[in-house]
Design a protein around this ligand. Sequence first.
Ligand SMILES: *[C@@H]1O[C@H](CO)[C@@H](O)[C@H](O)[C@H]1NC(C)=O
Length: 144
Amino acid sequence: VINHQSEVCCNLYVGVEFIKDKWSMLVARNQYERRGSDVTMQCGSLESDASVSWKVNGTDIEAQHQLNGPKLILTQVDLDHNGLYSCFQNPHGERRDTILLHIGIPPQEPKVTCRSNTYPKGFYCSWHLTHPTYIPSSFEVDVQ
Ligand SMILES: *[C@@H]1O[C@H](CO)[C@@H](O)[C@H](O)[C@H]1NC(C)=O
């Protein structure tokens, strides 16, 4: 019997965590998003009337991406949208935020296989994923 907790298993939470450099200054934060979704990245805490420019991996963002004040909107993201996004406030170009975007796929229920040579004294189980999630994922697998 596999005690699967499907609510826990198959949701993808949007998480934000922070990466600090060795001087403990904030250099980038992680943003995790689901593949195929529309993603909004907010440039720091700038007000909605602020004007900003964005770069990804150090190059200017293509015009096809939607810009909405301090927000960058990417539609139907795929794995190739991964990257380091930075925003710069106009007109002077001070950097206001740096976001490491990670696109992932919600985890599916792990496949569990068990066998025993000494039943009922002991058994051995292993599990694997049929599809990668591309982002850090943790699983809780209970076998009874
Ligand atoms: C940014 O660079 C990474 C690693 O080289 C690459 O996989 C990714 O596709 C790049 N992102 C964009 C949006 O060009």
